[in-house]
Design a protein around this ligand. Structure first.
Ligand SMILES: C[S@@+](CC[C@H](N)C(=O)[O-])C[C@H]1O[C@@H](n2cnc3c(N)ncnc32)[C@H](O)[C@@H]1O
Length: 439
């Protein structure tokens, strides 16, 4: 058996077992997990945010009040009982998966790409993380770190980062590069993604033949499912040619009515006609938007009157206090892990949308009980197991040595993400539904 073949088989088996990891097993707390569940920290668990939804036309205020100082909140035993209440089994959900990729083929293809990365691609990927230590709001720091033409440097970093990251993510359950809201606590990450996408399709009223825009469309797998589910024609926009090539070939093989455009959404105007889309959605790309008000104005321009817009993104929540050193440290660790430059608050998103002319219809943390941690834990657990396997295979010279820094970089600080989510400081499952008025 060749080394490459052995590595492929092993990865495939990690991937398949991950889907079954909770069946018949109680999730056990290891030392480090125990800490992050609150054995040593007290988390803000008492002020639970529950998903809020309202009738169209009623704006819901941001997240509910949460203590800004985590130490005066709930006891650590609350956190532990939360962990014990985590779903123990993953159960199949009745969903149409015909526009979902085959896992084994996906893993094999991405493994091949990663194996043949050049030293320059690897170095550029590593260097690209510099942007996640910065924030759009601190332009002086951007200029000091990246130079006066920082927008071009960020553009290049985004391409270097995503052209590799999409393949690393495809080794796990996040080929669609997002942890979805927890829609069903017993469903897998993949099924929660599909459930969320179908929820969006319904809420923005997609019908067969409608034109819908997907900003930051990844490999077009969300677009494929949206189209399969509704018959809509999706236009996906992305900065990265590598993901777009994958999106185009995936859609062509399935004869789906999708089109993909390569463009940096920080370079406006978008190459799209005015009033040409019946609906809009985006999933976890807004933190890479340099100027949210300008981007929303542009999206407003290309949408038809009455069209609905759905956002799912990363925000900092009211409990987050940048002056609190524990919070600031968690933020510093989480941003590179999830690849976020900006960290808007819910209020910032609302005002950028409203300034552009949108009417905010609904605004809520879409995860059940406002917590994504159960799914983040699954992804983190999977990638840590994969990391152990990869490091062993590198040691045995079955995998090339560059897999080691790749895996170490990818998995760094997963626990910080879980902790910050459980403390309700941040979320990547904040959802907003808005509408372009009829007149
Ligand atoms: C975190 S992923 C979000 C998941 C993605 N929606 C999906 O379906 O896989 C962010 C996506 O936005 C794209 N992106 C990042 N910055 C961008 C930019 N400035 N212009 C256009 N696309 C961008 C990335 O290439 C990536 O596909």
């Amino acid at each position: 058996m060749s080394k490459a073949y052995a590595a492929q088989n092993l990865w495939t088996s990690v991937s398949l077992t991950s889907s079954w990891q909770y069946i018949g097993n109680k999730p056990r707390l290891r030392g480090s997990e125990c800490e992050s569940y609150g054995c040593e920290h007290k988390f803000a668990m008492s002020a639970r945010s529950s998903p809020m939804s309202v009738q169209p036309g009623v704006l819901v205020s941001a997240a509910p009040a949460i203590h800004s100082n985590s130490s005066d909140s709930a006891s650590s035993s609350d956190s532990i009982s939360q962990a014990k209440n985590a779903p123990k089994t993953i159960q199949p959900v009745d969903l149409d998966r015909s526009a979902s990729p085959g896992r084994i083929k996906t893993i094999r293809n991405s493994y091949r790409v990663l194996k043949h990365l050049t030293p320059k691609q690897l170095q550029d990927f590593m260097n690209s993380y510099v942007i996640y230590g910065l924030d759009w709001e601190n332009e002086a720091q951007m200029i000091a770190t990246l130079g006066p033409d920082y927008s071009t440097v960020v553009h290049d970093c985004l391409i270097s980062y995503y052209s590799v990251l999409n393949h690393l993510c495809a080794l796990g359950e996040v080929e669609k590069m997002y942890i979805p809201p927890v829609m069903n606590t017993r469903a897998s990450i993949l099924d929660n993604q599909l459930l969320y996408e179908e929820f969006v399709a319904r809420e923005i009223g997609l019908k067969s033949g409608d034109r819908v825009l997907d900003l930051g469309c990844g490999r077009g797998r969300v677009a494929a499912h949206m189209s399969k589910y509704t018959g809509a024609r999706v236009t996906g926009l992305n900065i990265d040619a590598d993901q777009l090539a994958s999106a185009r070939s995936f859609a062509a093989k399935r004869r789906l009515p999708l089109e993909f455009i390569q463009q940096d959404f920080n370079v406006l105007p978008l190459k799209l006609e005015s009033s040409s889309f019946d609906a809009f959605y985006q999933i976890q790309a807004l933190s890479l938007c340099k100027d949210l008000p300008a981007t929303f104005r542009e999206i407003y321009r290309v949408m038809k009157p009455g069209a609905k817009l759905s956002l799912l993104d990363w925000v900092s929540l009211p409990a987050y206090d940048p002056e609190n050193s524990e919070h600031a440290e968690l933020m510093r660790r989480v941003k590179p892990l999830i690849g976020a430059v900006g960290t808007p608050t819910v209020e910032k998103l609302h005002s950028a949308l409203q300034d552009a002319g949108f009417h905010v219809v609904k605004s809520n943390n879409q995860s059940i009980d406002g917590l994504q941690a159960p799914l983040i834990e699954r992804a983190d657990g999977y990638f840590r197991r994969l990391q152990s396997l990869v490091l062993a295979l590198v040691k045995l010279h079955i995998l090339p040595p560059h897999f080691k820094p790749l895996m170490l970089r990818l998995t760094q600080d997963g626990q910080a993400f879980i902790q910050a989510d459980r403390m309700r400081l941040i979320t990547t499952s904040y959802h907003i539904l808005a509408e372009k008025p009829q007149v």
